[in-house]
Structure formats: structure tokens, C-alpha cells
Design a protein around this ligand. Structure first.
Ligand SMILES: Cc1cc2nc3c(=O)[nH]c(=O)nc-3n(C[C@H](O)[C@H](O)[C@H](O)COP(=O)(O)OP(=O)(O)OC[C@H]3O[C@@H](n4cnc5c(N)ncnc54)[C@H](O)[C@@H]3O)c2cc1C
Length: 494
């Protein structure tokens, strides 16, 4: 019997499990139906660490965004996750938009956003020389940032597992029985019993809650498409550029990524849960609109290396008034069952603050109420082992490393210069990669210009060797339906 079962290993579930490890003697299991952590919403988003001026301060979003953003530096340093403080600029083309920026500025002050100011014509163009000439001002948030969302979830999961969380992937929860003093979760890998459940199931959080309780909220899926550009044009902008927001959302951003690419998107349109296919007319719409703030984007569409889409998990409560699109973070009407739901943007940013809140203000008091004596874990280690980014080393450091481990001398991904040593490292870490996409997410082999055209067969070979399975048992992604090779055509004698 587990003390706590967490359903969903996106950023929410992994982070909550890690925070819970700060307390002693809790047996925690983290479940996900996918073959890797962070394979749904947490993988496909804008990767911006928002400063926190958008959401009204009365919402949980307004409460957690700014502190979450401030906490990111320390969290990413501890977990060794690529993160950069890059200012965000919300730009205005008209006087009316300038008034909106002023509203956002005042709201930001209320939310406790540091380093926030409004700049006018001359200064905004000095800050970002490639902006459209008619832009007359911007709200500048100096504390915003950009992160690698894939590495973030993988590193949070690694730290959670190193501190004692049991991670079970390929374990889809299909039913939950409330047995009074505990829950029985039916999964595709057998039954699991736990005294408490945390529902962090992303876009499926309403379906998971309805396994035990009467529906009181619904999650709507809304898709956003994006383009990623080659690093050759990664410095087209130095800041994260947002248009002035409208009632439909934040609009199309133009931003650098933490690894030096350029990103544009997203749109927002209703879809069905689980849909991460890109949509041509929406991609065309992004292209037709992204240049409005940064005209030169239109000249570099031949540098696009990939498009992708992510699905938002927008919450609606049954009476359409109570959440007002806010996070749902509470012990649910079903006792000992916590919903961490409707956790849409700025969810990635808010997690250090929202994760702390749900653990310290909701879960720990709930455990104590049920007779647990909850004590700090003296062995909790917040830090991960350092990740070697071979390409970032000096020539001397590279030579030293290759002397120590010759596999760092063998480049597997030529576009991103990723070595066999790095691939082996991400396979053998806790919560490590077991699929080709898992390797790609953790060390960028296959993220470059050729998108795995050259290195995917080599990565497949390495995974097969390290897992002791034939190559046709190595999967690209989900281990049920994403095989790369389906059989041998012939044997070749050496
Ligand atoms: C287009 C887009 C752009 C965004 N941009 C930003 C941004 O720039 N900055 C920001 O702060 N936030 C952003 N967000 C929001 C952020 O990405 C989300 O808030 C966050 O990733 C949600 O994480 P999660 O763990 O709740 O959900 P997920 O990552 O989806 O995790 C839920 C997990 O639950 C698992 N699961 C579901 N049902 C079951 C089941 N029955 N059994 C077992 N497992 C199950 C799924 O497999 C999944 O892995 C964006 C989101 C989108 C969609």
C-alpha cells in the first residue's frame, strides 16, 4: 500500500512528487500512461517563464506566477536545467494598446513582479532593433525567462526518483475505487492501492476525477501550433516579444529558445484531447501574422526546421463562474483525493510556487488530519548530478573528458554535436531515456537541422545495446505503437 499515488508525470505530477520527498517516510508512486515523463502538455508549449503581470491577483494564477518565476533560477540551478533570464516585451502599436500596457503594468505591481517598466519609442527600438517601425512602446519585464521544458520535467523526475519516488511509466489508470480508508487504482499494469490520490492528469484530469466523484469541472482541449527555426537565425530577437494581449489570449510570440533556436506561435483553437497533430491552415495563419511585430521573420521562413502543436487544458467549472479559468488546486469533494487540475498557462512558470502550496497547504494538513506525523526528511537532496554539455566545454575540457571517457569523443548527432557519452548518460540516469524521443528530449540528439535524419539509426542502436534488446524492440515514443523497425529482412555475416 502506498501513502500517496500521483496520477500524471507531467511537470505538475513530477514536481509535486519531488516536493513530497522533503517529508520523511512517505511511500509515493508516480504513474503515467505514456512511456516517458512529460510527454504531453509539458513537452509542447512556449517554454516561457512568464514574469506574472497578466493574471488578476485574486486568481491562483496571479498568486503563483510571479513567485514561481522568481524561484526558477534556484530550482533550475539545483536540478541542472538549462534556463536563462531573458526579458519579455509586450509591444504596442497604438495609443489604445499603450493604455492596455499600463493596465498590465499596474497588475504586475499588484502581483509582485520585479523589474517591470514601460518604455517608449526610442528605447524600445534600442532594446530590440528588429521590431516593426510603428511600435511605439513596450512593457518590459526584466525577470522573465526561457527554459528547456523537456529537460526540466526529466530532471525533476530524476531528482524525485533519487529521493525515493517510485516512477511507473506505461501505467494508464483506467479506474479508481474509493474503498473508504484507501483507494484502489486499476491500471494497465495491475492494481495499485494508496491512502491518498493526487490527480495531476493534465487534459484528462476531469476524466480521472470522474472515476471517483461527481463531475464538478470540465477540461477543454485547445490546440496551439508552433514553428522552430534553425539556430542560424536564433538571434533575430534578443527578448521574448509578445503582442498586446486580447480577450483571445497572449497572441503570437517571437522568442529565442534556451538552446539558441527561434520560436514563433501559437494559435488557439478547440480540439480533442490527445490531439497534437499540426494543422496546416493554422500554421499558415501563424506565418501570415508573426511578422507584424518582427518583420524580418517573414524573410527567414526557409530556415524553419520543425513545426509542432501542444494542447491546452482549459478548465471550466460546472457553474461557469467559480474558476473563471483558474487553476483547480484543492482537496476535492472526495475526501483524501486532491485535484491539481486545469493547470494551464502559466503552469510551467508557476510550478515552484504552486507545487510548494499544494504540498504544504493542502497535502500535509490532509495527512496530519488523517493521523500522519509528518516530519522533514533529513536525507532530502534537492540537487542533481551535473549534466555534461560537450559542445559548451572549452577545447582543453573536451580533451580531458575524452581521456577519461572516450565515448565523449564520438559524435552521434552532427547537427547539435551530441556525443555517445552524453547519450549514455541520459539513458543511465534515474528516470532516464528508454526511447529515441526520450534521448532527444534529454540531450538534443535529433533536435537539430536534420531532425534525426542522420543520428536516429545510431541512437536506436545505442538504446538496443544498452537495454539488451533487438533493434526492432526500440521505440520512437510510446511503446505500444511507435516502432521504428518492424523486423529483420536478412542476417549479414561479419
Ligand atoms: C500551447 C501551450 C503553450 C504554453 N506555454 C506556456 C508557457 O510559455 N509558459 C508557461 O508557464 N506555461 C505554458 N503552458 C502551460 C504549461 O505547459 C502547462 O501548464 C503544464 O505543462 C501542464 O502540466 P501538467 O503536468 O498539468 O500536464 P501534462 O504535462 O499533460 O501531464 C499530465 C500527465 O498525465 C498523464 N495522464 C493523463 N491521464 C492519465 C491516466 N489516466 N493514467 C496515467 N497517466 C495519465 C499524461 O500522460 C501526462 O503525462 C503552455 C501550454 C500550452 C498547451
Amino acid at each position: 500500500m502506498y501513502d500517496i499515488a500521483i496520477v500524471g508525470a507531467g511537470i505538475a505530477g513530477t514536481y509535486i512528487s519531488r516536493e513530497l520527498e522533503r517529508y520523511d517516510n512517505l511511500k509515493i508512486v508516480l504513474l503515467d500512461g505514456e512511456s516517458d515523463v512529460g510527454d504531453e502538455i509539458s513537452m509542447a508549449n512556449s517554454a516561457i517563464i512568464h514574469a506574472g503581470f497578466d493574471a488578476p491577483s485574486y486568481k491562483l494564477k496571479g498568486k503563483f506566477n510571479a513567485p514561481g518565476c522568481i524561484m526558477y533560477g534556484k530550482v533550475c540551478e539545483d536540478l541542472d536545467v538549462p534556463f536563462k533570464r531573458v526579458p519579455s516585451l509586450v509591444v504596442a502599436h497604438t495609443e489604445e494598446e499603450m493604455m492596455k500596457l499600463h493596465e498590465l503594468y499596474l497588475n504586475g505591481l499588484k502581483n509582485g513582479v520585479p523589474d517591470l517598466r514601460i518604455v517608449f519609442e526610442k528605447e524600445v527600438h534600442e532594446l530590440e532593433p528588429n521590431l516593426a517601425p510603428d511600435i511605439c512602446g513596450a512593457l518590459v519585464a526584466g525577470d522573465a525567462g526561457i527554459v528547456s521544458p523537456f529537460e526540466l520535467v526529466a530532471k525533476v523526475a530524476e531528482n524525485a526518483v533519487d529521493n525515493g519516488v517510485e516512477l511507473r511509466l506505461d501505467t494508464l489508470v483506467t479506474g479508481i475505487d474509493n474503498l473508504g480508508d484507501h483507494f484502489k487504482l486499476t491500471t494497465t499494469q495491475g492494481d495499485i492501492e494508496a491512502k491518498f490520490v493526487v490527480n495531476a492528469a493534465g487534459v484528462y484530469a476531469d476524466d480521472v476525477y470522474e472515476m471517483v466523484g461527481e463531475p464538478y469541472f470540465e477540461i477543454l482541449a485547445r490546440k496551439g501550433n508552433y514553428f522552430i527555426f534553425d539556430k542560424e537565425v536564433g538571434d533575430l530577437v534578443k527578448n521574448v516579444i509578445f503582442p498586446c494581449p486580447t480577450k483571445n489570449g497572449k497572441g503570437i510570440l517571437v522568442a529565442p529558445t534556451v538552446h539558441g533556436n527561434l520560436l514563433i506561435g501559437p494559435d488557439a483553437a478547440p480540439t480533442w484531447k490527445g490531439d497534437i497533430s499540426t494543422t496546416q491552415d493554422k500554421l499558415d495563419w501563424i506565418k501570415a501574422n508573426a511578422h507584424k511585430n518582427v518583420p524580418d521573420v517573414a524573410n527567414v521562413y526557409n530556415k524553419i526546421i520543425r513545426s509542432y502543436a501542444g494542447t491546452r487544458n482549459t478548465p471550466v467549472k460546472a457553474d461557469f463562474t467559480t474558476t473563471d479559468g483558474d487553476f483547480i488546486i484543492e482537496e476535492s469533494p472526495v475526501k483524501n483525493f486532491v485535484n491539481f487540475a486545469g493547470y494551464e498557462s502559466p503552469g510551467l512558470t508557476s510550478i515552484p510556487a504552486a507545487g510548494l502550496y499544494v504540498v504544504d497547504e493542502i497535502i500535509v494538513p490532509m495527512l496530519e488530519r488523517e493521523g500522519y506525523e509528518v516530519k522533514p526528511n533529513p536525507n532530502f537532496n534537492p540537487k542533481n548530478r551535473k549534466h555534461v554539455y560537450f559542445n559548451d566545454l572549452t577545447e582543453e575540457e573536451k580533451i580531458e573528458l575524452i581521456k577519461e571517457e572516450p565515448k565523449y569523443g564520438k559524435v552521434i548527432c552532427r547537427c547539435e554535436t551530441i556525443t555517445e557519452g552524453e547519450i549514455l548518460d541520459v539513458i543511465h540516469r534515474s528516470a532516464g531515456a528508454t526511447t529515441v524521443k526520450g534521448v532527444k528530449k534529454r540531450c538534443r540528439a535529433g533536435m537539430g537541422r536534420c531532425q534525426g535524419g542522420f543520428c536516429q539509426p545510431r541512437v536506436t542502436e545505442i538504446l538496443a545495446r544498452e537495454q539488451g534488446v533487438p533493434m526492432n524492440e526500440v521505440y520512437y515514443d510510446k511503446k505500444t505503437d511507435s516502432y521504428i523497425l518492424n523486423d529483420k529482412t536478412k542476417d549479414i555475416e561479419d
